[in-house]
Design a binder for this molecule. Structure first.
Ligand code: DX5
Ligand code: ZN
Length: 222
């Protein structure tokens, strides 16, 4: 079953609890939390105190996407704060294999993100050790950007790699996904759909989650 992970980056931070409860009741499968440091990406977002507070008010798994340099310095704290999945960027790590092993040892599910320009070759030797690969379909840093269509081919190639090697690794896709292109992304092989502005900037958050779930469920094999 394909899962939906609303990205709270586009939520109303002054009414975060209300927005989280709305996606939770409407059937979201996990919460995607974007952490940005102003160095790895040109934007600064939210961090540990927010993750800690969110953990107290939701039962949804927390999927923390770290767009930060030196992620190894912070994983212990994010896992203690309640992160269930920790995604680090391959581009931000010198010792990716070691970091993945520490994330698992600390009790979270390790995941690796690839920027649009980064090759799948970068995960060839570590894919056996992770639970999820995050394919960025925009350049990370901001919500509301346009989906880069060449990434459909990348998702499809990754899916083939996973099937060929018979691995239990989920493909998460993040950036520019909306009700018009979600079908193409799922058909290419996505297992977890991240959507920020399409959900939180819609007229009705709840109806948009329903529509995403409905569209996904109609796709054969999804
Ligand atoms: C971008 C973030 C995304 C972002 C997606 O760097 O990783 O999770 O919130 O937002 P939309 O769905 O609006 O592209
Ligand atoms: Zn993200």
């Amino acid at each position: 079953m394909v899962m939906l992970a609303p990205s709270i980056l586009s939520a109303d931070f002054a009414n975060l609890l209300k927005d989280i409860k709305e996606v939770e009741t409407a059937g979201a499968d996990m919460l995607h939390i974007d952490v940005m440091d102003g160095h790895f990406v040109p934007n600064i977002s939210i961090g540990l105190p927010v993750v800690k507070s969110i953990k107290k008010v939701t039962k949804l798994p927390l999927d923390v996407h770290l767009m930060i340099l030196n992620p190894e310095r912070y994983i212990d704290d994010f896992i203690s704060a309640g992160a269930n999945y920790i995604t680090v960027h391959a581009e931000a790590c010198f010792h990716l294999h070691r970091l993945i092993e520490s994330i698992r040892a600390l009790g979270a599910k390790p995941s690796v993100a690839l920027n649009p320009a980064t090759s799948l070759n970068d995960i060839e030797y570590i894919i056996d050790y992770i639970d999820m690969v995050l394919i960025m379909t925009v350049n990370p840093g901001f919500g509301g950007q346009n989906f880069i269509k060449e990434m459909v081919y990348k998702i499809n190639r990754l899916k083939k790699m996973i099937l060929k090697r018979n691995l239990d690794v989920k493909i998460q896709v993040d950036g520019g996904i909306n009700l018009d292109n979600v079908e193409e992304v799922v058909k290419a092989g996505a297992d977890i759909i991240v959507a920020g502005s399409a959900i939180f900037r819609a007229d009705s958050i709840e109806n948009t989650v329903f529509e995403f779930k409905e569209k996904i469920s109609r796709i054969k094999g999804a």
